[in-house]
Design a protein around this ligand. Structure first.
Ligand code: SF4
Ligand code: SF4
Length: 435
């Protein structure tokens, strides 16, 4: 049955059984079109249910201009956008139990262009929170929630192993508890850089870079827990608040001037969400922090990174803007400044970049919803992005979000673009420093 047809109220449909106009017989349903369209053919109860939630109000404001449909990354691989969500809900569909509820990655591209400020970054978490309370959550996401609650990270790895990566980092990584003194920089490593093999590669590269630059830094080691922001956006606000309170208490135990984070999601959490819960510290994403040190970093970037040594050809690198660094927090230049500082690299921009950057599919809980997304779209967003990078002739897809390396590497394999290398900017800098 088409969306909402079960909500049609027949008594509200005007239809004359016998009608002849200027000799033409338009009896029955043929004369319906001569009547003003009755929007209340449908109940709007479900739209009102969304709008009644704190944060859900703006879904009501949509006036159907469709600007959002043109930029929504999910619509490119499926049938989706705030306009479509508004119309379906207005026509009677129940967003609370619809697969649509879990497709939005909160990438913010729609809000950027929406004249009515329909805010999916507030609507989606609000509706998802209700769905979570009712136990209506895709199993893979539920598992990530449970792993986070139990182990302090969504990968389900033991908390006591959170600092194990340090042993093989190839550089000193002081732990605050052992250091017993104030530091200039508290480095919040993050869950994926602590546990995921490709995240560990980036974390180890960061450790070597920080040491080479003589940064006075420390990490929290096994005291660190996931920031929880993506879980919040996926509807687990309670879990987010619990993690935030624990992390804020841990941060408060130590003296530091500024915090540097590896990932854009943590950056967003600490910059925009934790202060609402009482946190008060200055935080930087690693790209901005390293740009501050570019005068010391640049002379160390000696080794040109070429596809084949001696070929003289530049390495074509394209950069994927993370939604939570770019659109959400306005940082587009620092990653590019770092890439341009590396010898042997030619930076090429993809069509969808900067403010209109395409989403990797990992935000807003998408990191843990790949199977669900796959079932309701033609391809994963990461696969669409990898194809775009390959279409632009890139040798390397450069990233600066720990969610992205594994997502894009998997997507490169599944789309047959195995030659495309996916590298964190930290890895590229580290490699160039080895010259
Ligand atoms: S851009 Fe805003 S107002 Fe226009 S259709 Fe999309 S949600 Fe509605
Ligand atoms: S936030 Fe992004 S994924 Fe969600 S509806 Fe808007 S454009 Fe689409």
């Amino acid at each position: 049955m088409a969306v909402g047809l079960d909500k049609i109220q027949p008594e509200k449909i005007t239809e004359k059984e016998h009608l002849v106009v200027e000799g033409m017989d338009i009896s029955g349903h043929w004369n319906r079109m001569f009547e003003p369209r009755v929007l209340t053919d449908y109940t709007i109860d479900n739209l009102e249910k969304v709008a009644a939630l704190p944060g859900g109000e703006s879904l009501m404001w949509c006036y159907g201009c469709a600007k959002c449909t043109a930029v929504c990354p999910v619509d490119i691989v499926g049938d989706y956008s705030p306009r479509k969500i508004h119309r379906r809900t207005q026509s009677g569909a129940d967003l609370f139990s619809s697969p649509d509820l879990w497709l939005c990655t909160t990438c913010m591209n729609c809000l950027r262009v929406c004249p009515k400020e329909v805010n999916m970054i507030q609507i989606m978490p609000a509706v998802r929170e209700q769905a979570v309370l009712e136990g209506n959550v895709p199993p893979e996401l539920q598992k990530a929630f449970e792993d986070t609650a139990k182990h302090g990270n969504p990968l389900g790895q033991p908390q006591r192993k959170r600092a194990d990566w340090i042993k093989k980092a190839g550089a000193a990584v002081p732990i605050m508890k052992d250091l017993k003194r104030p530091v200039d920089i508290l480095w919040y490593v993050g869950s994926y850089p602590s546990y995921h093999p490709r995240g560990i590669d980036a974390a180890s590269a960061a450790a070597r870079i920080f040491n080479a630059l003589g940064i006075d830094f420390g990490v929290l080691g096994i005291e660190e827990k996931d920031d929880g922001d993506s879980q919040r956006l996926a509807g687990e606000k309670g879990l987010f608040e619990m993690l935030a309170e624990e992390n804020i208490a841990t941060f408060g135990k130590y003296e530091f001037n500024r915090m540097v984070v590896t990932g854009p999601h943590e950056f967003n959490a600490f910059k925009n969400e934790y202060p609402k819960l009482g946190a008060d510290f200055k935080v930087l994403h690693y790209t901005r922090f390293l740009v501050e040190h570019l005068d010391k970093l640049k002379p160390r970037l000696k080794k040109p990174i070429n596809p084949s040594a001696g070929s003289g050809r530049s390495l074509k690198v394209t950069f994927h803007d993370p939604c939570y660094l770019g659109r959400h927090n306005g940082e587009y230049d620092a990653p590019r400044e770092l890439l341009r500082a590396i010898p042997g690299i030619e930076l090429v921009e993809m069509g969808r970049c900067r403010e209109n950057g395409y989403c990797c599919g990992g935000g807003g809980g998408g990191m843990w919803l790949d199977s669900h997304t796959k079932d309701h779209t033609t391809m994963r967003l990461s696969e669409r992005r990898v194809r775009e990078a390959a279409e632009y002739g890139a040798d390397v897809l450069a990233v600066c979000c720990p969610f992205e390396v594994s997502r894009f590497e998997d997507a490169a394999k599944s789309t047959g673009n195995d030659k495309l290398m996916v590298r964190d900017i930290l890895e590229l800098l580290d490699e160039s420093m080895k010259g």
